[in-house]
Design a protein around this ligand. Sequence first.
Ligand SMILES: Cc1cc2nc3c(=O)[nH]c(=O)nc-3n(C[C@H](O)[C@H](O)[C@H](O)COP(=O)(O)OP(=O)(O)OC[C@H]3O[C@@H](n4cnc5c(N)ncnc54)[C@H](O)[C@@H]3O)c2cc1C
Length: 454
Amino acid sequence: MTSEADVIVVGLGVAGEAIAGTLAEAGLDVLGIEAELVGGECPYWGCIPTKMMIRAADLLAEARRIPGLAGTADVQGDWSLVAGRIRDEATDNWNDQVAVDRLTGKGMRFVRGRARILSATEVEVPEVGRFTARRALVVTTGTTSSIPPIPGLAEVPYWTSRNAVSAEQLPSSLIIIGAGAIGTEIGQAWARFGVAVTILDAAAHPLPLEEPESGELLAGVLAAEGITLHLGAGIASVSHSDGTFTVTGADGAEHRAEALLVATGRRPTLDADTWQALGLDGKPGTLPTDDRLQVRPGVWAAGDITGHGAFTHVATYEADIVAQAILGRPSPAASYHALPRVAFTDPEIGAVGLTEKQAREADHTVKIGLAQIPATSRGWIHKAGNHGFIKLVVDADTNLVLGATSAGPNGGEVLSALAVIVHARVPVTTLESMIYAYPTFHRGILDAVRAVRA
Ligand SMILES: Cc1cc2nc3c(=O)[nH]c(=O)nc-3n(C[C@H](O)[C@H](O)[C@H](O)COP(=O)(O)OP(=O)(O)OC[C@H]3O[C@@H](n4cnc5c(N)ncnc54)[C@H](O)[C@@H]3O)c2cc1C
C-alpha cells in the first residue's frame, strides 16, 4: 500500500463512511482507517439496535392496551427474539465485512487499526505504517460513553449502552444512571420486558435539555409503567458485591439491582496529542470548525466530534458538506437553527430549534402556543397511550416559529411538519390559514397555533 493518498479519513462511522464513499466514487484516492467496525456506533450499538428493542417493547405496550378498547390479550415478552434480531439482522453478529466491501468496491483503500494523527497531513497506524494526505485529512472519530467520576464506579462491572445492546439475556433488575434519551429509551423498553428499572439523575426531570413539559410528561408515563425515578439528587457512591450493585444517592437513599447501566452522555473520541498535532489551543474537546466544517486548512471534521449534535442525521448532513467542500463543489454553509432531535420513548418526544428557555436566553420576546394531544380529536379517539402535547416557541416581534416540541403517539413523525416550519422560517400567521387533515395527530399543530399568546 502506498503511503500517500489524496484524502485520509480517520474513523469510518456514519460520517466517515459517507465522506470516504462519496470521495472514492468521485475518483479520489481515499485511504479510510477504522479502529473497530465500519459503520460506527449507529448500526452496531446505537440507533438501529435500540430502535429494534423499542419496536418490540412498543408492541408489548400496545397489546397491553387492548383491554377496554378491543378485547383481551395475554402478552408475554420474549427477549431472545429481540436479541436475535439485533445479532442476526442489525449487526451481522457485529461483523462489518459487508460495509468494508461496499467501501472498497467504490475504490477506497482500507486499513483496520487505531490511527494516531501526527499533523494536519500525517497519520500513523501502529504496526501498519505512516500515511500522508495530499489534499485533505478528515477527522470523524465520533464519541464514546462518558463515565462520571462517581466514587467506586471505576471498580465495579457497570454496563454502557454497548453492553445493553448486546445483552442476550435481561437482568431481573437494572439501575440506570442518566435520564437522557439513551437511559429513558432503554429503561422503558426493558421495563416492558419485565425488568425492575430504577432511573437516577441529578437533573430534576428526564431529558433535561428539552422543554420541562417533555420531562414532566415522560416522568409521569415512566412512573405509571412501574419505573422508579429518583431525580434531582446526585450520586455519592457505587459498590458491587454478591452479584448486586448498590448505588447510594447524595441524599443517602440506597438503590440495589442486578445490573447497572451508565448512560450519562458522550465524550469526544480525541486525545490531547491529536489536539496538539492539529495545532489547536485550549483544552481538548469537540473539534472547532468553520461553517464548511473545516478545522484548519486541509483538515475537516464531521459527525459527533464537531459537537453540533450527537445524531446520525447531523453526521450525514455534515458529511455531505465536507465531501462537497473537498471536491471543490459549492455547498450551503452548515446551519443548525432547525436541528431536530427525537427521544424514541413512548410517547415519542420530538423537538426542533430553540426551547422556550433558549429563546428567552437569546433575548427573543417569546409567545407560546400549547395544545394537549388528549384534547385533540385524534388523541381523544386514540385513548390509551395518548399522552402528549405540541408546543410552539414563537418570536413575538417577527411571528417566526423559533422552536417546537411534538410529544405523543408518532411524535417524531409529527415533528417533520414542525421541522419544515422552523427550517423554512414560516411565520405562525401563515400556519393559521393552512388546511390540516382531520383527524390526524399533526392537526394538533393548528390547536397550538390558535393558542399562541404572550
Ligand atoms: C445507544 C445509542 C442510541 C442512539 N440512537 C440514535 C438515534 O436514534 N438517532 C440518532 O440520530 N442518533 C442516535 N445515536 C447517535 C449516533 O449513533 C451517532 O450520532 C452517530 O453514530 C455519529 O456518527 P459519527 O460518524 O460521528 O461517529 P461514530 O458512529 O461513533 O463513528 C466514529 C468511528 O471512528 C472510529 N474511530 C475513533 N477513533 C479512531 C481512531 N483514532 N482511528 C481509527 N478509527 C477511530 C470509531 O471506532 C468509530 O467507528 C445513538 C447513540 C447511542 C450510543
